[in-house]
Design a binder for this molecule. Structure first.
Ligand code: SF4
Length: 84
């Protein structure tokens, strides 16, 4: 990432606006039936924010941007046991 320090934060909080916008566009384009509800989405992201595997919006376990992974209903947290 362009010079920003790694943080235990979501992509939207890193200041990497361009990457965040592309992830958001991906999430917004998901068909409704594939998406989590907003309540579940925010709950998942809240758990990621408390997780030591989160680094600058990315899950170190799976390499996904959590804001994309958490948006898909069929996805699970890759941790064992899963946190969500
Ligand atoms: S291990 Fe699970 S809770 Fe932790 S950052 Fe990855 S997806 Fe989120």
């Amino acid at each position: 990432m362009s010079g920003s320090r790694p943080c235990r934060c979501l992509l939207r909080e890193t200041g990497e606006q361009e990457i965040y916008e592309s992830v958001k566009a991906y999430v917004d384009a998901l068909p409704e039936q594939m998406r989590t509800s907003e309540e579940v989405y925010q709950s998942r992201l809240g758990l990621c924010r408390q997780c030591e595997q989160l680094l600058s919006g990315m899950c170190v376990k799976c390499g996904c941007f959590v804001e994309a992974r958490a948006a898909k209903a069929a996805q699970r947290c890759p941790s064992v046991p899963p946190r969500w």
